[in-house]
Design a protein around this ligand. Structure first.
Ligand SMILES: [Zn+2]
Length: 227
């Protein structure tokens, strides 16, 4: 998703006057995540009327070229496993760079200089380093190609899933956490089987991260309440 109007900073949170959203179709196996998007937006408008007024147009961009660049378990029906690099074979090289470029180009045409990305926290020192390089690379590359400086916000990149659930509770209380558990999607296999931690197969790397994060969020919440 992209936030594409300038924000004003207030404490640790950035308050955006207006937000537009963007998703990408790239031949992902879990294309069901695209079906979840309009439902989530409708639920956000319904459950949080104050936020709904700031939500503008939604966009879905076709980046089908990603699937033609080579086989990964994210875009082909092959077994998900870890590779020698320490990354699962669901990793799609260059995908996020293409996401950033397309989001920045869209933001340019929509009259903004800022985009916001939902990036998962890197799970190992190697991927954290790669993510930092990617993030810095995007900053200058966007400036070179866009005729203006773009700021790419990646607020979820440096917090884990437990902290992401806690942030949702801080922003929207129990209704937002329930909306996330009911309607969002992370499972690489596209499973919508419902669990306490949300929908998914429970076994793929994305499900394991989400399940573990939700358990740690619940444990931290319980210990705060008993303190
Ligand atoms: Zn899964």
């Amino acid at each position: 998703m992209a936030r594409i109007r300038p924000p004003a900073s207030r404490g640790r949170s950035r308050i955006f006057a207006f937000v537009e959203t963007v998703g990408f179709r790239y031949g992902q196996r879990h294309a069901v995540e695209l079906d979840c998007r309009p439902v989530i937006l409708a639920e956000l408008r319904k459950r949080f009327p104050g936020w709904g007024g700031k939500l503008g147009e939604d966009h879905v961009l076709d980046l089908g070229v990603i699937a033609s660049l080579g086989v990964t378990a994210m875009t082909e029906d092959i077994e998900i496993k870890m590779t020698e690099s320490g990354l699962p074979n669901t990793f799609v090289p260059g995908r996020n760079l293409l996401f950033f470029t397309a989001a920045a180009a869209l933001a340019y045409r929509r009259g903004s200089g800022r985009s916001w990305a939902e990036c998962a926290r890197p799970t190992s020192p190697a991927t954290r380093t790669a993510a930092t390089i990617r993030s810095r690379h995007c900053r200058w590359r966007s400036a070179l190609g866009m005729d203006r400086r773009f700021v790419l916000e990646t607020p979820l990149m440096w917090i884990d899933k437990a902290a992401t659930f806690a942030l949702a509770e801080e922003l929207g209380g129990k209704p937002l956490v329930e909306l996330i558990l009911e309607h969002t999607h992370t499972c690489y296999l596209g499973s919508r089987e419902r669990h306490e931690w949300g929908p998914g197969c429970g076994e793929c790397p994305a499900c394991k991260l989400r399940k573990d994060g939700h358990a740690r969020y619940r444990a931290a919440r319980a210990s705060r309440r008993s303190a």
